[in-house]
Design a protein around this ligand. Structure first.
Ligand SMILES: CC(=O)N[C@@H]([C@@H](O)[C@H](O)[C@H](O)CO)[C@@H](O)CC(=O)C(=O)O
Length: 320
């Protein structure tokens, strides 16, 4: 089992769950997917069964199998595999947490239950604590994504004294645009060694300034290399170059957001960029349209984000 002291940092790809055309999980491409992330994108951490992975649309047995496959295929290749084990049922969440520990995952993350919701910090902490206790040797991350869960308890409030209640608490995955809340999470916990993982890829540079120690996101599946260049520029304090990279990434995200962007579109883009078939999403999501994919491809080419395009000369938007 992985050491709880190993801090999760840098880019973490929120993995897609590959599916076949008839909606079954396509386990056969996960090994290839690991190699692609490591070799082509320079991304060595993954976040499995989260939003991008359609974790809440999978059955519990599917989630167990997907987690197992990523851990097995990632062995000696990936640095860390974090499994999202959030569920509406505390029992299911605990089962998944225990399973993650058994298979040798490096950490677990949990979202707030979003149907019958916790309305106060203390109730949410009690839920998270019960899940974390099912995997007492695994680092625990709270996955804050209020726009999707509808649970608006501020992360700053939640983090106040959290390690007294959840000794394995190791960090926050913050998928929200409230940089006041995020900044205060960092500022008020400077004495702790928490990981502060930002989850809004198009705003990562601002979060780095606020003290983010890493990032979890869908675009790191196919823009990991570009984003790593931004992280390197930031690390070297070349802020102007870092901003160039962020703007370039924003140009792409802004473009696809206007077309309608979500998990289905992420699957289509990843298939296009990596050549690995990600398949359709599961209902209630709908497959991305052909028109979306064609437009996204043209934009990727114009930004020189597709390594095989060879269009450099004509490419006005390409980043430095
Ligand atoms: C709402 C959503 O899906 N947000 C993404 C972002 O990576 C997002 O796709 C990106 O910032 C583009 O908007 C991640 O925060 C989700 C994520 O990390 C996950 O799949 O668990």
């Amino acid at each position: 089992m992985a050491s709880p002291q190993k801090k999760l940092q840098g880019l973490v790809a929120a993995t897609i769950t590959p599916m076949t055309e008839n909606g079954e999980i396509n386990f056969s491409v996960i090994g290839q997917y690991v190699d692609y992330l490591v070799k082509e994108q320079g991304v060595k951490n993954i976040f499995v069964n989260g939003t991008t992975g359609e974790g809440l649309s999978l059955s519990i047995s599917e989630r167990r199998l997907v987690a197992e496959e990523w851990v097995t295929r990632g062995k000696n290749k990936l640095d860390q595999v974090v499994i999202h084990v959030g569920a509406l049922s505390l029992k299911e969440s605990q089962e998944l947490a225990q399973h993650a520990a058994e298979i040798g995952a490096d950490g677990i993350a949990v979202i707030a239950p979003f149907f019958l919701k916790p309305w106060t910090k203390d109730v949410l902490i009690n839920f998270l604590k019960e899940v974390a206790a099912a995997a007492p040797a695994l680092p625990f991350y709270y996955y804050h994504i209020p726009a999707l869960t509808g649970v608006k308890i501020r992360a700053e409030e939640l983090l106040n004294g959290i390690q007294d209640k959840i000794p394995t608490f190791q960090g926050l995955k913050f998928s929200d645009t409230d940089l006041l809340d995020f900044g205060q999470c960092v500022d008020q916990n400077r004495q702790q060694q928490f990981a502060f993982l930002f989850g809004v890829d198009e705003q990562l540079l601002s979060a780095l300034v606020m003290g983010a120690t890493g990032a979890v996101g869908s675009t790191y599946n196919y823009l990991g290399k570009k984003t790593n260049q931004m992280l390197e520029a930031f690390e070297r304090k070349d802020f102007s170059l870092a901003l160039n990279y962020q703007f370039c990434i924003q140009r792409f995200i802004n473009f696809v957001v206007k077309l309608g962007f979500g998990v289905s579109q992420t699957k289509a883009i990843m298939t296009l960029v990596s050549g690995i078939p990600m398949g359709p999403p599961r209902l209630p999501l709908q497959k991305a349209s052909r028109e979306f994919t064609e437009n996204a491809e043209a934009k990727l080419k114009s930004l020189d984000f597709l390594s095989f395009t060879g269009l450099k000369d004509g490419n006005l938007e390409a980043c430095s």
